[in-house]
Design a protein. Sequence first.
Lengths: 310, 261
Amino acid sequence: MASLLVSPAEQDYITRGVEKGIRCDGRSNLDRRQVTLRTDMISQANGSARCRTGDLGLGTDVLVGIKAEVNTWQPGESEDQGSIVCSVECSPSAAQEFEGRGAEDLNVELTQLLDRILNGPQSGIDLRNLCIIPKQAYWVIHIDALVLDVKGSIVDTLMWATRAALLSTKLPRVVVETISDENGDTQAEFDVVDDPEDVAPLEGAENLPITVTFNQIGKRYVLDASEQEEAITQAKLTVAVSPQREICAVQKGGVLRGFPPSLVSEIMQTAQRVSQEELRQFDVLYAAARAEAERGGAEASTGSTFLNQF
Amino acid sequence: MATNIQDRKRINGPTRSVEPISTAEPVEPFASGRLDGRALDQVRPIFMKTGSLDSQASAQAAPSGSAYYEQGKIRISCAVYGPRQGRKSNAKMGIFSCDFKYTPFSCSWRKSHIKSSDEKEISLILEQAVAPAIRLELYPKACVDAFITVIESDGKAATIAAAINCISAALVDAGIELYDSVAATSMALNGTQWISDCTQIEEDSTSCSLLVARMPSADEVAYILQHGKTKIEQTEEGFQACVNACTKVYAVMCRYLQGSM
């Protein structure tokens, strides 16, 4: 964060290291720190996940809860689509400057980035599947993320947690019936099935993109910047890539410098390659998290497991 | 109880509203060329004027620099104040901040007076896009504020690009030290074809939009934003097209700014 002070000597040391491909914590430029992923942590939510990048108790920590709601259609809204609503909040527990309105800018930036990646055909989720009855009712998927700790690379951790939460999301089944009244007019009505066992996963969640954020330090760039590296970074580029290797969103951050155009092209190519490795790593971690959640069953949401591993 | 009393002096509208049935044919913007007859890579004509908000009567209240910018139907006004006393007294570098506002009548639907999250985000985008060009290290403990008012908008990405160009011109007018001026353009992807500087109608029928801000003399990309899905080759192609278009916009800006000195 901006409050972290890095001396010129330290800055020089980190920059030269990055240009040679060695980082302070022993990683290479394109390595990610250890990632811990847990799903189904919140029993009240339709889906939830928590992701930490970095060492135990020292990493960036994001908790995402998904709530699905049925909304009544209003004139002016698209007729046959549901919607996804994102909201990211940085907790003052993460950093002192988030107190009060201090996190407002960051909240807006992260919320809009998430919205840009998820709310539309680029997310891989077909919003038409979220429609229950056209011009009557549709599902709204609320994605609420809480950033509990910040130690660099907040966007990627947020996206890992969101992807895991959406993959673990279960929507209740909806029964649509057509009723005709005495005039012979037919009308569709729906019922949300109350049975917690009678649920279906969110269609298309496996097509969700993943983000890779590169921070430019000196003449080179690093993936998953630590807190120190982020403090001296000149510019950063976030690229969202789908499992089909398509680019779903690109956004530059950082106010100090711009990129040379050749570096932008190079980063895009690297992003495409690195994201596929990251997706494989994600799948492994997600499968393990699912297995853990199923083994834990009802205990998964109790306090002790919530704190464990984080 | 007050809610039950009917206001007899006014004609109250019906409580239920029904969507009007539109009889207009749906417009297909790219069926035969573009609606306004432009080439696919053509940017709408640009008009700009610096010092538009200089008031002769009260020099004290006038902003340090200002600019008015038109690009097709887009009309933007920008005022720059500063360098002036910053909020943080110990900052080693100056702070550049933007305040972006749509007027309520600037879009096809009415915008609220209250600042929306959309406007907050565009403010951030503008800060990140323009700040790399400003020599902020020369203004310790100070801040430079830009206030952008969109009088009329036509296409979201194109409006943001126009706002970046407008701020650049206003910064020059204010005499703020810059490395280079930032020129921005937007593109949208229709099928496999990139289309430059889309209007709202065109933007609604495209799948992906790309915004690039560039400092041509320094050869740096100050900002890049893509919304929507593409193949990587398409992104590269669109990026190159934007970079080229930025150079053309930059030439227009420079010619005007040199002439206005």
